[in-house]
Design a protein around this ligand. Structure first.
Ligand code: F6P
Length: 362
């Protein structure tokens, strides 16, 4: 009887997920002759038993396609799952026992969990409850997983932001405006700082450095003093003024994380209330998560997909595929979930920004 592996994509989607599915399927099928079962919509598909057979032909044209052919859900936490009752009410239940039963029924040689910190922590909990044959592939545009230098989806998001910054440059200059662009990244400033450097921003505000709005305004005055009457400000959605909290749109609950938003508008209102500058604020939102993956993410997705299958073949369960100093390695899953990888406020990236006069607000 041929062996069978499973794969699911959980949490927020990002460009490159399809590349992981394609590479894992091709490698498992053609190198090892294993069957590959795709589990639909993250852990929801495991609970609902919604599966799809993955073959070289149905993954053939996936590489350039954004999103995930398996679907994803960032509310499918098997340990706090919203169950719809016959009377229409929704109750939060721990459905992990049923998911474990379904995993046993599938009789998998290994399960590849493609996800960010949330999805990986569910994988880790299944390992602790006895389903030990789990391996991971780290993905998130936020690039905030401690286990790896790069996550699938991050570079594409940066490309999208850099393109947007360039477009804002020309209109900012024409109208002599302060242009604020709010970008994703949750509690980490990787997208903001990397794209701010690559896009030539003048101010970059990240969650890791609480900002002083007066320093930001002083940076505009300084530019104006030199005869430059516009500025580009990249604000991470998790950026906070000194003594202030996160800008939260929707509070979190046991089934989902809090939703951030409004950090750019908050700064815009402060600048307009305290200066004569004309300010416009743009929220880039889910555009950063959509569309075709860039070349880097296609390559990384392919390498991670193959590595995940290798981890299963080598019996290195409980590990994630990871990039470390340019090399592909396997790292323990708990390394991916223990703590977030944040920008070091005194690290090389921040020093580079400061070195060329980018104001970081603190
Ligand atoms: O974690 C990825 C991410 O895109 C964050 O950058 C962002 O805060 C969040 O997901 C948005 O989530 P949702 O798709 O639920 O709006």
């Amino acid at each position: 009887m041929s062996k069978r592996i499973g794969i699911l994509t959980g949490g927020g989607d990002c460009p490159g997920l399809n590349g992981v599915i394609r590479a894992a399927t091709l490698h498992a099928r053609t190198t090892y002759g294993w069957e590959v079962v795709g589990i639909r919509n993250g852990f929801e598909g495991l609970y609902e038993e919604e599966y799809i057979d993955l073959t070289p032909s149905n993954v053939a044209s996936l590489l350039p396609r954004g999103g995930t052919m398996l679907g994803s859900s960032n509310r499918a936490n098997p340990f706090a799952y919203p169950v719809k009752l016959p009377d229409g009410r929704v109750e939060i239940h721990d459905v992990s026992a049923r998911c474990l039963d379904n995993l046993h029924k599938l009789d998998l040689t290994g399960l590849i969990v493609v996800g960010g910190d949330g999805t990986m922590s569910f994988g880790q909990k299944f390992i602790e409850r006895g389903m030990t044959r789990v391996v991971g592939v780290p993905k998130t545009i936020d690039n905030d997983l401690e286990a790896t230098d790069y996550t699938v989806g991050f570079q594409t998001a940066v490309e999208v932001v850099v393109d947007a910054i360039e477009r804002l440059h020309t209109t900012a200059e024409s109208h002599e405006r302060i242009m604020i662009i709010e970008v994703m990244g949750r509690y980490a400033g990787w997208i903001a700082l990397t794209s701010g450097l690559a896009g030539g921003a003048h101010v970059v505000l990240i969650p890791e450095i609480e900002y002083d709005p007066e320093r930001v305004i002083a940076a505009f005055h300084h530019r104006h003093g030199r005869g430059v009457s516009y500025s580009i400000v990249v604000v991470a959605e998790g950026a906070r003024p000194k003594g202030g909290g996160y800008s939260v749109v929707t509070p979190g609950d046991p089934t989902k994380q809090e939703k951030l938003g409004g950090a750019g508008q908050r700064l815009a209102e402060y600048i307009e209330a305290n200066t004569e500058y004309e300010v416009r604020s743009t929220v880039l939102g889910h555009i950063q998560r959509g569309g075709s993956p860039c070349a880097f993410d296609r390559e990384l997705a392919t390498r991670f997909g193959v590595k995940a299958v290798e981890l299963i073949a080598d019996g290195k369960f409980g590990h994630v595929a990871a990039m470390e100093n340019g090399h592909l390695v396997g790292k323990p899953i708990d390394k991916a979930v223990k703590k977030l990888k944040l920008v070091d406020p005194k690290g090389e990236l921040a020093r580079t920004a400061r070195g060329i006069g980018i104001e970081l607000g603190g």
